[in-house]
Design a protein around this ligand. Structure first.
Ligand code: NAG
Ligand code: NAG
Length: 456
């Protein structure tokens, strides 16, 4: 089966193959399966072995290029060779084209022992951070669920991000928290109702100090059907220092007893040179009781200069030039392997109290919006083929749904008529990458009481 897939990839590389779809070979996929990663207590597990994310963020060409690197075997095969050299076990992909197959790339990643964290949103199909109501609609969820359908069949899909940096440091954006939480609820419910594998679903928070704690608490409060399976955040505060200087020791303390797995969805400050001491810290007993590793930002070098390889053309180059960071990152991974044993993980998982409204957190009550009109049918019929990355977009496609739904409303599956369609494609506030580092020095204000009373 390996040979078959390899042949497919080689044909693709020589440009003779049809670009898509690649024939699905169910048997070959299942033979190449990795042990699915599950959540138990506050950690990830690969069977009975604790699993740490030792990974990299993978977005060739940045968010503006709009490339799905896992839909093009030429692209992924080129880079998987490098991933193997690095010794990573996970990649994160920021946008995938849910109208295309990912069999070849996911199979090749499985062969390399690499798991994938998939962002379920993309610029055209995402929530609007300031006006989330209308952007939470059936067209949007169809795209999200189509991505879930597509990736749920791969055993090496590690997790889904239900949102990426939707909430930022502007308190006005915290109105979107309810909607992100509703999407998380919907995705988890979709997996359950459609009898798909229980892939962990959670949110990836921006590196924003003023409301990081509130976000973490909010996504893990309330009824079980509304809580996330994990929490992830971006952190650019290490900057070649140590646990104390970077205050990572505080971030361990603050998240102790959080009740869910936590990992860094982006790390890799460049401000002060870069030796990737983060890997040592993340793999040390100082952190493993609370954190499950992280993803280094990032693989390809883009305008913001965080990459460790240079590609002339992310979509077509076959030549990958290693930058200084490549060997350094590989060295850090080799020097600091994942610890054995349970790393001090907690066996229990639990919810926390919801954060109170405050100067940086404008979320009053804990009720979530109900599933938008027209989206119920996906639970019954499946989502069908996704709109891909070139579809009309969904942000302006819906009417504002009523804001209140009783707790546990995510459990109902009823049949309602389809929502009206709209041609408007806004896509203007995709919760995409923000500038790296501007929040580094921001003080943690306003969270003292919350962290102190709820987490200790
Ligand atoms: C926050 O966002 C709102 C809505 O877009 C905007 O009017 C306001 O100027 C922003 N505030 C800051 C401090 O950026
Ligand atoms: C941790 O929480 C304390 C309050 O308990 C807060 O003062 C501090 O800023 C937080 N530190 C970090 C680095 O998150």
């Amino acid at each position: 089966m390996r040979t078959l897939l390899l042949a497919t990839a080689l044909v693709a590389l020589t440009g003779l193959a049809v670009a898509s779809p690649t024939p699905t070979d169910k048997e070959s996929l299942s033979k190449r399966a990795l042990v699915p990663v599950t959540v138990s207590g506050n950690a990830f597990w690969q069977g009975s072995t604790r699993f740490y994310i030792r990974g990299i963020d993978y977005q060739p060409g940045g968010s503006s290029l709009g490339l799905d690197p896992l839909a093009d075997p030429k692209v992924c095969m080129r880079d998987i060779a490098k991933f193997k050299q690095l010794g990573i076990n996970t990649i994160r992909v920021y946008m995938v084209d849910n109208s295309k197959t990912h069999d070849v790339c996911m199979g090749a990643l499985a062969d390399a022992g690499i798991y994938v964290v998939v962002d379920a949103n993309n610029p055209g199909y995402s929530l609007h951070r300031f006006l989330p109501g209308p952007s939470y609609n059936a067209q949007y969820l169809q795209s999200v669920f189509a991505t879930v359908d597509d990736f749920a069949k791969y055993t090496n899909t590690l997790a889904f991000f239900s949102g990426n940096e939707v909430i930022n440091d502007n308190v006005s954006s915290t109105v979107s928290a309810k909607y992100v939480k509703a999407v998380t609820r919907d995705m988890r419910q979709y997996l359950a109702v459609r009898k798909l594998r229980k892939i962990p679903v959670g949110y990836s928070a921006a590196d924003v100090a003023v409301n990081r704690m509130e976000q973490a608490l909010y996504f893990n409060c309330g009824s079980d059907d509304e809580r996330s399976d994990f929490f992830a955040f971006n952190d650019y505060s290490w900057c070649n220092t140590d646990l104390k200087t970077s205050q990572w020791d505080q971030k361990v303390k603050n998240f102790t007893n959080y009740g869910l797995p936590i990992f860094l969805s982006e790390y890799g400050c460049t401000a002060n040179g870069r030796d990737f001491g983060e890997v040592q810290a993340l793999m040390s007993r100082d952190m493993t009781g609370v954190y499950s590793g992280g993803l280094m930002y990032e693989y390809t070098n883009e305008e913001n200069n965080f990459g460790i390889v240079q590609l002339e053309n992310p979509a077509t180059s076959t030549d990958v030039k290693e930058l200084e960071g490549f060997a350094k990152f590989a060295h850090a991974l080799a020097t600091y392997p994942a610890p054995t044993g349970d790393g001090g993980a907690s066996a229990s998982t639990h919810s926390v109290a919801c954060p109170p409204k405050g100067p940086h957190w404008d979320v009053e009550d804990t009720q979530l919006p109900p599933i938008p009109e027209g989206a119920d049918r996906f639970f019954k019929d499946g989502a069908g083929i996704g709109p891909g990355l070139q579809g009309p977009g969904s942000q302006n496609a819906g009417n504002q749904p009523p804001i209140q739904a009783p707790p546990s409303s995510g459990n109902q599956v009823t049949d309602t008529p389809a929502a009206t369609t709209s041609k408007n494609a806004a896509g203007e506030t995709f919760g995409g990458l923000i500038e790296k580092g501007p929040f580094l020095m921001a003080a943690w204000v306003g969270v003292v009481t919350i962290a102190g009373t709820l987490l200790l």
